[in-house]
Structure formats: C-alpha cells, structure tokens
Design a protein around this ligand. Structure first.
Ligand code: G3H
Ligand code: 13P
Ligand code: ZN
Length: 328
C-alpha cells in the first residue's frame, strides 16, 4: 500500500533502523527495488528526482510506482519527490499523488546559488503547511552538500552550490538545525556532513575529517526526535568499479560512503539514506559484462535482465545492512 513517509520513519526510529531511499527512473529499477523488498520483507521508499521526471515524465513514474504497489500489496511504499526546488514544484507533486516531498531550500530555484536561512525557512514552512493538510510528509535540507576535500559544492548531477564553500556551509550547524526544525515543523531533515551526489565523492576511503559522522551525533544530541536524512550515500563498491573497467568502462579511482559509517549514523538518528549511484553502477557493470560476453545479442530484455538482477542485489544488501529487512 502507498503510505506516508512519516509513518515509516517513525517506525524506523522506534525500532532503531534506517531505510534506504532509492532513486527510480525506469521500469527495471522499480522492479529491482520491489523484488528486493519483497524478498527481505522491507519497507520501500522510491524517489523521483527532477532528472527522473525529465527523463521518464511524471505520469510514467507515477504509474510505475502505482504498478509496484498493486503488484506487491503487502509492502508499504512511499512515493517521494526528491530535491524539489520550489514550493510550486512540491505542490505539483502532491497533486500528482506523491505521498512525500522534499523541499530543498538550501539552494535557490536555480539549483546553484546558496539560499539564506530565512529563505529556506520560508519555503519549507510553506510546503509543510500545504502538505500536512493532506497527510503528505515533508523533507527539508539545511547545509550544502559538497566535498570537505575540495571545499566545492555538489556538482556531479547538475545541481549544487557554485564556487568555494566554507566549513560552515558544508557542515550543518546543530543549533541552526534546531531553529530550522522548530520553525518549519518538517518531518525529516537532510543534513550536510561531507557527502555529495554521484560517483566521485572522495579521492580516498573517507576518514572523520572528510566524512563527519561526528556531526551527525552532534545534531542528533540537539534534536533527538528529528528524523535525519543522508543524501549522497552510495558506497560506490570497488568491485563494481572494477567490473565496469574490466568490460570497457573508464572510471577513475573514487570512493563512496562506507556502509559501516552509515550503520554508525543510523545509531544516531539517520532514518532515510539516499542511494542512486550504486544502482547505476550495478546496472552499468552488468550490461557492459553481458554485451561484452554476448556480442551477437541485441534484445534489450536480455541485457536488462542481468542489470535488474544486479540492481536488486544492491538493494537486498542495503535493506539488510541498514536493518530494514523484516520490518515491512
Ligand atoms: O539528486 C540526486 C540523484 O542522484 C538524482 O540524480 O538528477 O541525475 O536524476 P539525477
Ligand atoms: P548518491 O549519488 O550517493 O547515490 O546519492 C543519491 C541522492 O542523494 C539522491 O537524492
Ligand atoms: Zn540528494
């Protein structure tokens, strides 16, 4: 059944686990997530980014997720809008039937100018007002995703702050977070702790100076009852990079967020963990391998099947690692 995200996050908090929120763009990704959730008995958060809406169209995404709900009636499913850039965009998603929306007011609607605190409070509060009347959950964001190695904003998927940022901008301030939550009354708070979107997060396995789980703990200490969200939380498995390279891909050395760091964060209030890149890597590795090993094949179903299988494997692993397995 389609459920509100608040419901799932409250349950996760009560039982001390985290829920991976997977980005979806097409049929095979939706199927992979549902198969993984059904096999592990896990609750599902599927989210559509602006890029996904542009690629597939809102109607296709909505009906794909509705098909998932219909095919797996025993699994609770949240249909979440990822990174809404304005209250108008969130309003549109709510009207389409999304059960949860993110108002990302950390940036202005251009997606690259850092917004001031008052702007962020105002737009987030506005979305909360319209969403809560309809039982729709709201995620907000305070702080700017970006790298503590380069002090650059998140750039890989085309949105993210321009220029060189300060430590204050790249790490969410616990005191400001408390004010933000109390003034907006949002349901879930996305925080900046050194993660960024895409495959190129860290040039080495991250240590505490470039991935601040310490900051998660400080925010949780100040806001013990707020559900925290980690964006940019793909782990970028080295074996998937190796497989991509082995079958003709060209990806440079890079590191993601280690699963054990996410597990630590889940002990301190992180309830929603956003993952897109790991599914992309898994599908690409499988497709490259298949086409390399079967150069005569041309039926998309034949290479999308192993791609779907590889995506499912990632989802099963995250459901188990974050403690969501068995919680549906
Ligand atoms: O928001 C970040 C997700 O990884 C989605 O990326 O905008 O390329 O769909 P996208
Ligand atoms: P990754 O790029 O690390 O998978 O993050 C996805 C995300 O945060 C979507 O909002
Ligand atoms: Zn994100």
């Amino acid at each position: 059944a389609l459920v509100s995200m608040r419901q799932l996050l409250d349950h996760a908090a009560e039982h001390g686990y985290g829920i991976p929120a997977f980005n979806v763009n097409n049929l095979e990704q939706v199927q992979a997530i549902m198969e993984a959730a059904s096999e592990t008995d896990s609750p599902v958060i599927m989210q559509a980014s602006a890029g996904a809406r542009k690629y597939a169209g809102e109607a296709f995404l909505r009906h794909l997720i509705e098909a998932a709900v219909e095919s797996y009636p025993h699994i609770p499913v949240v249909m979440h809008q990822d990174h809404g850039q304005s209250p108008e965009i969130c309003k549109g998603a709510i009207e389409l039937g999304f059960s949860s929306v993110m108002m990302d007011g950390s940036l202005l609607p251009d997606g690259k100018t850092i917004a001031d605190f008052e702007y962020n409070v105002e737009v987030t509060r506005k979305v909360v007002d319209m969403a809560h009347k309809l039982g729709v959950t709201v995620e907000g964001e305070l702080g700017c995703l970006g790298s503590l190695e380069t002090m650059q904003g998140d750039k890989e998927d085309g949105h993210g702050a321009d220029g060189v940022l300060t430590l204050d901008q790249l790490l969410t301030d616990p005191e400001q977070a408390a004010e933000f939550v109390s003034r907006t009354q949002l349901d879930a708070l996305a925080i900046a702790i050194g993660t960024s979107h895409g495959a190129y997060k860290f040039t080495r396995k991250p240590t505490g100076d470039i991935l601040s789980i310490e900051r998660v703990k400080e925010i949780h200490r100040r806001l013990p009852n707020t559900h925290l969200v980690m964006h940019g939380s793909s782990s970028v498995p080295q074996e998937l990079l190796a497989e991509i390279r082995q079958f003709g891909g060209n990806m440079k050395e890079t590191y993601g967020v280690p699963v054990e760091e996410i597990q630590e964060a889940i002990k301190y209030g992180v309830r929603k963990v956003n993952i897109d890149t790991d599914i992309r890597l898994a599908m690409t590795a499988a497709i490259r391998r298949f086409l390399f090993e079967n150069p005569e094949k041309f039926d998309p179903r034949e290479y999308l099947k192993p791609a779907r299988e590889a995506a499912k494997k990632v989802c099963v692993a995250r459901y188990q690692q974050f403690g969501a397995a068995g919680q549906a």
